[in-house]
Design a protein around this ligand. Sequence first.
Ligand SMILES: Nc1ncnc2c1ncn2[C@@H]1O[C@H](COP(=O)(O)OP(=O)(O)OP(=O)(O)O)[C@@H](O)[C@H]1O
Ligand SMILES: [Mg+2]
Length: 265
Amino acid sequence: MSRIDAQPVVEISKLWTVFQNGDKKAVIHKDLDLTVERGEIMSLVGGSGTGKTVLLRQMLGLETPTQGDITVLGKPAAELGKRGAASRVGMLFQQGALFSAFTVLENIAFPLRELKCLPGDLIREAAMVKLQMVGLSPDAADKMPSDLSGGMIKRVALARALIMDPPLLLLDEPTAGLDPDSSDSFCALLRSLHQGMGLTVVMVTHDLDTIFELSTRVAVLAAQKVIINDTPQKVVAFKHPFIQDFFLGERGQRAMALLNHAPPV
Ligand SMILES: Nc1ncnc2c1ncn2[C@@H]1O[C@H](COP(=O)(O)OP(=O)(O)OP(=O)(O)O)[C@@H](O)[C@H]1O
Ligand SMILES: [Mg+2]
């Protein structure tokens, strides 16, 4: 194993995020630490507005924290914001993932076209491979996003995030808004891609079924910090009001029954 392989994929240390809204300061993250090891599927959970999306955008280098360090694949995250970032980190955004005026194939190919260094037929071929990899048929290639179901839109967005085979995939609420069947099949797809491509995944989700089906670890964001980052079983047993509410309600009990029958990958 090389030195790079042994390093955590993401290392966040003493991170502060402070937003200035008029004359008010909002402290979103305060001395937050988080480590993601290679090959994990980490679920990041926390109440609405606790700064989960902001944290993913910082890992991608799209936003700069007020203070602290974020290292992604051995380099400062800020360096990822530049051209070619898609070869290192893929991101599935929480909202409006696709360009509505582009076809499915144009959407998937977008990060490769942006590089402006590959011939068009090669780009098309690479995008077709990814289209099939996410379980869509070749005739979806020329459809417009408005013709797709919610589950198909998520798959196209996933194909685009994976177009350059990045080792790290960031997902913001990947199953939100999907019906239970589409959500289950999206989870199955993620699990097989994780195994097949050797991906490390950080996934923000509120969905307990998704958490218990996929996560190797769960990190909980509360009180501006990651209060625990451990296996789903250990996190559920951790005494904290947010965790008790989140996991031990009726839906949580149901999802945990699933955990007892089907251990995560
Ligand atoms: N650029 C910004 N300027 C000022 N405030 C911001 C900015 N970006 C985010 N915020 C605030 O930071 C907080 C965290 O936002 P974020 O979108 O990360 O929450 P979240 O945990 O993803 O919530 P949800 O579960 O609802 O998606 C929110 O209060 C948001 O309004
Ligand atoms: Mg969010």
